[in-house]
Design a protein around this ligand. Structure first.
Ligand SMILES: Nc1ncnc2c1ncn2[C@@H]1O[C@H](COP(=O)(O)OP(=O)(O)OP(=O)(O)O)[C@@H](O)[C@H]1O
Ligand SMILES: Nc1ccn([C@H]2C[C@H](O)[C@@H](COP(=O)(O)O)O2)c(=O)n1
Length: 680
């Protein structure tokens, strides 16, 4: 997951390939709660690992469920032993539910029915998301719920219920604000239906029926067969009780599929050879958002599918503008707003009032950010109308504010296919953690940029600080890192171990050996040669000097050339070394040359070695690095020198690491076209 302040998506040209989607959030959090309320142990396969499922798991754990392993682990099922429909009389907990509506609302209903002393808390946005209609419905039953802040909104305090004389009458709940209120009652009230039927009457037109469909399907899997009377009355039969179904497989998230369906519609090849294959969810999905595929088809996408897969290709181009009632696909419909940027006219998405009370006010958010890109947008209480930028020149490079809303971030990644060749900045990319932590990584496996991914080169002499600065710049931008010096150090180490003299006469032998090496740079910056961790072995001064020797041989440099260029990937690369800007990446978007006096560098290296527990002597270090400078600068093959277009930074003794990092980032920013983000 990208945890950077922003993520710059270079302009993207095309896409193709296969993506395996993570589990559905809606299904994951429902089955977690149903398993927790049931008798017996449920084995859950393919659960989503995200912010929202994590807060649900933490809450269930706090309530006394036995959960193994304690967290969602890739490729491993999760076992939950349920509470058997009851809690101890003295049950008490404060539950933090983040911004997860699928945890806050159903847990509130279940705990209000089970009784205990509970505080239901979350982040600030959760306290702006209404829950009053659910609380009103539960109070009709005799549940004890108090508001701890603004009436009608979390945080809440839950006590022990008094059901005397309340259960016989139908429970009324509004269905026109959020279908989660009805879902919550449908999941909680079977706990009271052992001896008598419970009836729920929906007030107003029920929105988002597909989500109720998911709830009913999953309830049936756990032994609860609810009668559905025209989506207005639901009856939980007497004698209902939760029973674990044993094992459950969670479908991949149909809402998450929408971004890749849109990707296929927008970015696959004109000749029909390229397509996007989506695995984990198919046209027979129980999730309502699968009907996004129909909307995408109406805009021109060619969608085919089977039981557990979808395949999407571009059809009509430009896409066709549509006018659609989106009540049946409230979440996925946001993706249509992004697709509308590529349509042949004005697209209107109607009946989306629920967008206003989601993670953010999604109508306002989408309108604001689409306008930043150059679209004309009209918004109303329950609709949004989008006209794409009138011409290529009307597109603007925008820094997209994401409002802590995963769907805003994912939708706007699609803007990187704009016809103007502009990059797109996504602020706070880690908000996708709510449902799809690795969304951008998945996207990058499918897309091709219109020009090679951007590279920042940082060259300079030994101990000038290149490695330190490069690593921090890469971290801040979410870019990959190439420590090219490490490759020469590995070459020197491998040759020495193989007993090959580090002399020109043996250059080809060393180059041949280098070509056979299996080198891995781990995400935590360790270096592996085969299975061996050689991170420390290549950091000694002797290893640096040996690296300097082998690096003077053209055959060795040639053997490492493509390996270095292969580090170039989306969203970008920071490369440090001696010839990054002059030879390896001559087209780099930014080239920096770091320097510092030999004395300053020797003192820094001395401190660095002592801090690592290695012995050192400043005079020896000074002599060594001067010898290394001379060899690196005077060799004929790719000598150390600043590229003609490099920017210079004197990293002298009074300058800090952070100053150098800020300077490189400032130079980088000067080359970006993003205007300062306009906050709404
Ligand atoms: N202003 C600064 N900028 C960068 N590094 C600094 C600075 N001040 C102190 N240092 C320290 O200098 C030491 C040498 O830095 P670093 O290892 O990044 O250099 P390098 O140029 O990559 O060296 P080499 O080419 O030998 O790998 C590190 O311990 C680093 O923390
Ligand atoms: N691009 C590069 C990187 C490194 N070298 C050589 C010269 C250095 O003395 C040696 C070790 O590099 P360091 O880890 O100190 O950056 O490797 C090179 O020739 N070209």
């Amino acid at each position: 997951m990208f945890t950077t302040a922003f993520l710059d998506l270079p302009h993207l040209a095309s896409a193709h390939g296969c993506v395996q989607l993570p589990g559905s959030k809606s299904i994951s959090n429902r089955v977690l709660l149903l398993a927790a309320l049931s008798h017996g142990t449920t084995v859950l396969h393919d659960l989503l690992d995200s912010d929202d499922t994590r807060v649900m798991l933490d809450a269930l754990h706090a309530l006394g469920c036995t959960i193994t392993p304690g967290q969602v682990t890739p490729g491993q099922p999760l076992h939950i032993t349920g509470l058997g429909g009851a809690l101890p009389a003295d049950a008490a907990a404060t539950l933090f539910l983040g911004n997860a509506g699928t945890a806050m609302r159903p847990l509130t209903a279940a705990l209000a029915v089970l009784g205990g002393q509970f505080e239901m808390t979350g982040i600030a946005r959760m306290y702006e998301r209404p829950i009053g209609d659910l609380v009103d419905a539960l109070r009709q039953l005799g549940c004890q719920i108090d508001y701890l802040g603004t009436p009608g909104y979390p945080p809440l305090k839950i006590g022990h219920p008094d059901f005397a004389a309340h259960l016989a009458a139908p429970i009324r709940v509004r269905g026109d604000v959020s279908s989660q209120f009805l879902t919550s009652l449908l999941m909680a009230l079977p706990l009271l239906a052992r001896t008598q039927a419970i009836t729920i009457d929906v007030q107003g037109e029920l929105i988002s029926k597909p989500y109720i469909h998911i709830t009913l399907e999953l309830l049936a899997r756990f032994g609860i067969r609810v009668e559905n009377h025209g989506w207005q009355r639901f009856v939980i039969p007497a004698g209902s009780h939760y029973q674990s179904p044993g094992a459950i497989h969670v479908e991949a998230d149909a809402s998450s599929a929408s971004y890749f369906i849109a990707l296929g519609a927008i970015a696959t090849g004109d000749n029909g050879q390229k397509s996007i294959k989506i695995e984990g969810v198919g046209l027979d999905s129980i999730q309502g958002d699968i009907r996004f595929a129909e909307a995408a088809q109406a805009m021109g996408a060619v969608v085919t599918g089977g039981p557990n897969w979808l395949q999407v290709q571009r059809g009509a181009w430009p896409l066709k503008a549509i006018d659609l009632d989106c009540n049946h696909i409230p979440d996925a419909a946001m993706t249509l707003a992004a697709m509308a940027l590529y349509a042949d006219g004005t697209t209107t998405l109607r009946n989306i009032a629920s967008w206003r009370v989601k993670e953010t006010d999604r109508i306002a958010a989408m309108a604001c950010e689409l306008r930043k890109l150059g679209a004309t947008v009209e918004e109303g209480a329950d609709f949004i109308r989008i006209t794409p930028p009138a011409s290529v020149q009307d597109w603007q490079a925008a820094s997209i504010h994401t409002y802590d809303d995963h769907r805003v971030a994912m939708c706007f990644s699609l803007a990187a296919f704009n016809p103007a060749g502009l990059p797109v900045r996504i602020e706070d990319p880690q908000c996708v953690a709510k449902t799809f932590p690795d969304y951008f990584e998945a996207l990058f496996t499918l897309v091709q940029p219109s020009v090679p991914a951007p590279v920042i080169c940082i060259d300079g002499p030994t101990a000038s600080g290149k490695g330190t600065v490069a690593s921090l710049v890469a971290q801040r931008l979410g870019f990959a890192l190439l420590d090219s010096g490490a490759l020469y150090r590995i070459a020197g180490l491998a040759a020495t171990r193989a007993g090959i003299p580090l002399e020109a006469a043996h250059a080809q032998q060393i180059a041949d050996l280098v070509a056979t090496l299996h080198i891995v740079f781990t995400p935590d910056q360790r270096v592996l040669l085969g299975a061996e961790d050689i991170s420390l072995a290549i950091r000694t001064e002797a290893a640096g000097m040996n690296a300097s020797r082998v690096s003077a041989f053209p055959a060795v440099r040639q053997a490492l050339l493509q390996l270095q260029r292969d580090f170039r990937r989306l969203p970008g690369l920071v490369a440090d070394g001696r010839d990054m800007g002059t030879v390896i990446f001559p087209d780099a978007a930014l080239k920096v040359y770091l320097s510092a006096s030999a004395q300053c560098r020797a003192e820094r290296r001395f401190k660095q070695l002592i801090d690592k527990g290695l012995s050192a002597n400043i005079a020896d270090l000074l002599a060594d690095l001067q010898a290394r400078d001379a060899r690196d600068m005077q060799r004929s093959a790719a000598p150390l020198k600043p590229a003609e277009d490099a920017l210079h930074w004197d990293n002298h003794a009074e300058r800090t690491i952070e100053q150098a990092v800020q300077q490189v980032l400032a130079w980088w920013e000067q080359r970006q076209p993003f205007a300062a983000a306009q906050r709404p």
